[in-house]
Design a protein around this ligand. Structure first.
Ligand SMILES: NC(=O)c1ccc[n+]([C@@H]2O[C@H](COP(=O)([O-])OP(=O)(O)OC[C@H]3O[C@@H](n4cnc5c(N)ncnc54)[C@H](O)[C@@H]3O)[C@@H](O)[C@H]2O)c1
Length: 100
């Protein structure tokens, strides 16, 4: 976690993985939490990835968790992929690197 310069409130930098219908609800909920910064989105579909980033004002967008972990320092991930595709991005995020 980081601290803002103005106040010493901790900032949690969060990435959303999977930018489908439910992710929009997650994004709005997380952005309403003081100290939570929506820092990145990971989505395999390029058009959806770009639209989601633009809609929610997210500056970093990636096609996979591996790219996220290499490029963007985040404190937490919210995995909102379909049920059958939760495990790999969750494990990779927990490991801090690609896990099979
Ligand atoms: N609690 C609730 O009320 C509620 C309601 C709806 C859905 N859900 C859950 O939310 C999750 C997502 O549902 P949804 O309706 O948003 O699904 P969705 O199909 O609309 O969106 C899923 C997105 O994940 C992307 N994706 C798939 N694999 C990926 C990967 N490896 N890396 C990055 N992106 C990937 C897809 O391209 C898609 O854009 C599911 O687990 C579902 O059960 C919960």
């Amino acid at each position: 976690m980081r601290k803002t310069a103005r106040k010493s409130r901790p900032v949690v930098r969060l990435a959303i993985v999977g930018a489908g219908g439910m992710a929009n609800t997650h994004a709005k909920a997380f952005q309403a939490i003081p100290g939570c910064e929506l820092a990145a989105v990971v989505e395999i579909a390029p058009a959806r990835r770009e639209t989601f980033a633009k809609t929610h004002g997210i500056s970093a967008a990636f096609a996979g968790v591996t790219e996220l972990l290499k490029s963007a320092p985040v404190d937490a991930v919210s995995v909102v992929t379909p049920d059958a595709y939760h495990m790999r991005p969750s494990r990779s995020s927990a490991c801090g690197q690609a896990c099979t």
